[in-house]
Design a protein around this ligand. Structure first.
Ligand code: G4P
Length: 292
């Protein structure tokens, strides 16, 4: 069944228990940190953000990291940066895979917590480390980011007995302790679109969903937002009259994904499309803008 915008309806339901536990872990540990750093996927800053984060973080200073900027549309990433800065957050742009932008992290935290540092100094606690909680949905690049920030100096302090598994303090040797938390998703998707965005960017395993429908909806988004990417990669100009499945079929034709005479393998094309997006082969594509 299609919605008014031409997107096929999908039934995305997801409620893994450990995610709720993780949420509880934030509540239990927020008191122990000086600041909260959220790592978001620069292609989907809205969908990769936990809507409860403001409530959970209380009044702690906040840093937003837009990661995967290598895969995102640079103009849109800049617009997101401005959007969050206007709301009073400190924002960094990173590509954790290559390490681009990562070295700004430590100075940014020190700036963010300038007053805290002064306070420690006044109390004679020079060298007392700042503590930052790192949050992010699964697969957003948290481990990669932390490893890059920590470099060889990383020392994993390990869990304290009796504390929720998965949490760990990482001393990065620059007067900074990071509290790594397991990837956190919220218990329920309020909108199908959020679920789709999370599936497209691999935060949720797409095999729990109908991949063909996911691919068709993604193709339709691409045709509307980045038609040139379809022209460049799949060698046809998307007809605005066609639905997502028809566009997938056209791409399958171009690729020669034939199942039988005159019938094309749409499922294979959907997988190919999502895989190529994941690998950055479609170019730098953002799926959400601050105006949405
Ligand atoms: P997590 O701890 O938040 O769960 O994520 P993790 O660091 O394990 O990163 C998930 C995948 O994303 C890794 O790829 C990692 O290399 C990649 N990644 C992290 N940051 C960036 C980035 O800024 N740009 C790009 N392009 N990729 C990034 P992987 O282990 O090879 O898995 P796969 O997802 O590529 O299959």
């Amino acid at each position: 069944m299609m919605d008014n915008n031409g997107f096929e309806k999908m039934n995305i339901q997801w409620f893994p228990g450990h995610m709720t536990k993780a949420q509880r872990m934030i509540e239990e540990n927020i008191r122990m940190v000086d600041a909260v750093c959220e790592i978001l996927d620069a292609r989907i800053p809205f969908s990769s953000r936990n809507p409860d984060i403001d409530r959970l973080s209380g009044d702690k200073p906040r840093l937003i990291i837009l990661n995967r900027t290598d895969l995102a549309d640079p103009k849109i990433t800049d617009a997101w940066k401005k959007f969050f800065e206007d709301k009073g957050y400190m924002v960094l742009l990173t590509d954790a895979k290559t390490g681009k932008g990562v070295k700004s992290f430590v100075p940014a935290v020190r700036k963010l917590l300038e007053n805290k540092l002064k306070e420690y100094e006044a109390k004679g606690q020079v060298g007392r480390p700042l503590r930052v909680m790192i949050l992010g949905i699964p697969n957003v690049g948290k481990s990669t980011f932390i490893n890059k920030v920590a470099g060889r100096k990383a020392a994993i302090a390990g869990d304290k007995p009796g504390v929720t598994r998965g949490k760990q303090w990482i001393n990065i040797g620059t007067g900074l302790d990071l509290l790594d938390t397991p990837g956190i998703l919220w218990p329920k998707f309020e909108s199908q679109e959020v679920g789709e965005m999370l599936a497209i960017t691999n935060a949720i395993k797409a095999d729990v969903l109908d991949k063909e429908t996911l691919g068709a909806n993604f193709m339709l988004r691409l045709a509307r937002m980045y038609p040139q990417a379809i022209v460049d990669r799949y060698k046809f100009t998307p007809d605005p009259e066609l639905n997502g499945f028809e566009l997938l079929e056209q791409a399958a034709k171009k690729r020669g994904f034939l199942v039988s005479r005159g019938e094309y393998d749409i499922e294979r094309m959907a997988n190919t499309l999502l895989g190529e997006y994941h690998d950055g082969k479609l170019g730098r594509i953002s799926l959400e803008t601050p105006d949405d």
